[in-house]
Design a protein around this ligand. Sequence first.
Ligand code: CP3
Length: 344
Amino acid sequence: MAETKKLLRALAGEVQDVPPIWMMRQAGRYLPEYRATRAQAGDFLSLCYNPELAAEVTLQPIRRYGFDAAILFADILLIPQALGADLWFVTGEGPRLSTITQQSEFEALKQVDAIHETLSPVYETVRILSRELPSETTLIGFAGAPWTVATYMIAGRGTPDQGPAHALREGNTALFEALLDRITAATIEYLSAQIDAGAEVVKIFDSWAGSLKGDAFLKYSLEPCRVITQAIKDRHPGVPVIGFPREAGEGYIGFAKKTDVDCVALDNSVLPAWAAEHVQVDGCVQGNLASSHMVTGGQALVDETRQIVEAFSKGPHIFNLGHGITPDADPENVQLMIDTVRGR
Ligand code: CP3
């Protein structure tokens, strides 16, 4: 049967007049209905682990905007928690975790098989969504890339320059690599279970890939992404993988070929014309409107959206932002972006 879902068609390499569109963090605080459901859940983590409510917030942007894909509502930091790290969120500041900087702390982590105990509600969310999503909407599962997840596990919080993770990488390479290997193995099991539950595509978020340079980028961003992609393809032939080595710059060139991902997601620091020439030559790309346009709107949003659609029009393309939408965004601007992409 010919594939009818627009997102899956783009991932299979089809060039479409109107690209499929979805948005990173499309379920989030810029939407009043999200804020209401989050209040009902109590806090962010309770929302992640409540399958009915997590499915509800995943569906909200689909109902409101009719995006071509829904992304499972969860967080990349559930993996550290499932491995035994303490995790909590400080309102207005972000995540906090118990840190891993010493061998003894690493040894206290759980083994990979134990993760499903914590993560089973997430698989239930996926099952609910695969029943309830409209037939034209693709369900995307996701996980953080090992490097990005490790930066939070090592520092115990978000950091502007990932300094603590770089310090461990250089100061105790064996421990750093053991941690990356544990996260990599856990991520394979986690994504695989999401696919078993009904995820049709998986995306690997390497939000801090840009702070790895040269060989370190190849070893700790590209290589784990390749290993995870390979394992997913071995176990689930035909399930596409999207890689997002955010701010990789020149590292985007050849990333799809070297990792075997079906699509490379681009942040907005790269010019669409450059990316069309150097990245889209190898297959589907996703991106890359600056999320600030969702705050500012107006003609600049329209012009920039059109330029991106045009620049990527000769190859397979999934329209998206270059990073997640922010809480101060105006929901009307999201509609304007969609209307512009769809030519209405
Ligand atoms: O995109 C979606 O709609 C799906 C759900 C999703 C969330 N986080 C929900 C979330 C996804 C795919 C993520 C990925 C994620 N989480 C990343 C990688 C992508 C990126 O943005 O770079 C990272 C680094 C995290 C870790 C994380 N989660 C941080 C640093 C924070 C706090 C900062 C912030 O934006 O508040 C979160 C919280 C978080 N994850 C929220 C949401 C909707 C906001 C929480 C709230 O409701 O208070």
